[in-house]
Design a protein around this ligand. Structure first.
Ligand code: URA
Length: 249
């Protein structure tokens, strides 16, 4: 009996093999490039490569791959790694009691004390000392301007625990706009998730706006958490030191 013909792997054309060999012989090791750009220790980056999470120019990379950090397009989970390694981004889940300004006469902890000292970063926008939740810290001034500029009207979502059960008419007022001392608020998305727990989405950034809106309809806030901003959310994270992350897109 004749055995079936052996299946042969499709061989890449010679010029592609040479190109791969050339790429592998020059450049920096992929895990070093990733580690330098803040994706974790080299060990962690090796694990990401082994798990097939890293692509180079669209192809899944193997351990040992070398890259030209200026030329090659490297992606982790489909997110392109920073081409300016000096820029850093921390998505912080700010605990209550920590302040957003750089220093405080009352010597309360500041958000920047929750992330490494270097490179120095600043917060994009601010949260009251008592407000918890999502805050971006970065040294990328251009991105900060784009996000924080009022003309962009970036949406911010809050979970507000308030006194009492909020009536339908009070919810409508919050949605339509309430009169504050600095003018009417713009329309907001507001829903009551359970008695006294509101999800409020606004796209303005006035001082203590959510607290003042709730005060204005007779339901003072007892706890306020920012749960989302633009496309970022705090879903699944507990208040913790900032996690360095890829730039928000
Ligand atoms: N609105 C508030 O009242 N406080 C914040 O920190 C943010 C929005």
């Amino acid at each position: 009996m004749t055995s079936p013909p052996e299946r042969r792997e499709f061989e890449k054309p010679l010029w592609e093999q040479w190109e791969e060999q050339r790429a592998n012989a020059t450049g920096e090791r992929l895990q070093k490039v990733l580690a330098l750009r803040g994706w974790g220790s080299r060990r962690v980056c090796e694990e990401m490569i082994s798990a097939g999470r890293v692509t180079v120019n669209g192809e899944v990379a193997v351990l040992g791959r070398r890259v030209d950090a200026e030329q090659d397009v490297v992606e982790v989970d489909g997110v392109q790694i920073g081409i300016r390694p000096e820029l850093v981004y921390y998505l912080l889940n700010k605990p209550a009691g920590v302040i957003t300004t750089a220093s405080d006469p009352q010597r309360r902890p500041t958000v920047t004390s929750l992330v490494p000292d270097e490179p120095r970063v600043f917060s994009v926008g601010r949260l009251d000392a008592d407000t918890e939740g999502l805050l971006l810290l970065t040294n990328d001034g251009e991105l900060a301007n784009r996000i924080a500029h009022p003309s962009r009207g970036v949406e911010k979502e809050y979970l507000a625990h308030v006194h009492g059960n909020v009536s339908g008419s009070a919810l409508k007022r919050l949605r339509d706009g309430v009169e504050l001392e600095d003018g009417m608020t713009s329309p907001a998305r507001v829903s009551q998730l359970s008695p006294g727990v509101l999800r409020i989405t606004i796209h303005e950034g006035r001082n203590r706006q959510v607290r003042r809106m709730c005060d204005a309809v007779g339901h003072p806030v007892t706890r306020l958490v920012r749960t989302g901003s633009a496309r970022s959310t705090t879903a699944g994270s507990s208040p913790a030191p900032g996690v360095r992350s890829p730039p928000p897109r």
